[in-house]
Design a protein around this ligand. Structure first.
Ligand SMILES: N[C@@H](CCC(=O)N[C@@H](CS)C(=O)NCC(=O)O)C(=O)O
Length: 91
């Protein structure tokens, strides 16, 4: 089993985006359940991983990634993903 851990519920779009990249890149990972309905994403232990209290948190050995532009996805793809609010919207 790989050292990569993704914390969060798979039904979260932010989590599933990271999972899709891991599957596409054929990276072994563990999905660690975080029950948001029980507030586990705001627990002291989770906040040590992800200080914003948001899923996903992404951990690879000693590296933990989190943030506003979904760094796990950007890191996996080797590119920078623009923030959603900077994308053009078709109305
Ligand atoms: N910028 C983060 C946002 C992640 C995000 O919005 N996660 C939501 C669930 S899909 C969340 O944790 N919401 C709980 C909260 O904000 O308290 C990313 O793209 O990874």
């Amino acid at each position: 089993m790989g050292s990569v851990k993704v914390y969060g519920p798979p039904m979260s779009t932010a989590v599933s985006r990271v999972l899709a990249c891991l599957l596409e890149k054929e990276v072994d990972f563990q999905l660690v359940s975080v029950d948001m309905s029980k507030g586990q994403h705001k627990s002291p232990d989770f906040l040590k991983l992800q200080p914003f209290g948001q899923v996903p948190a992404f951990q690879d050995e000693s590296i933990t990634l989190f943030g506003k532009a979904n760094p796990p996805t950007s890191s996996l793809l080797g590119t920078s993903i623009p923030p959603l609010d900077s994308l053009p919207i078709v109305r």
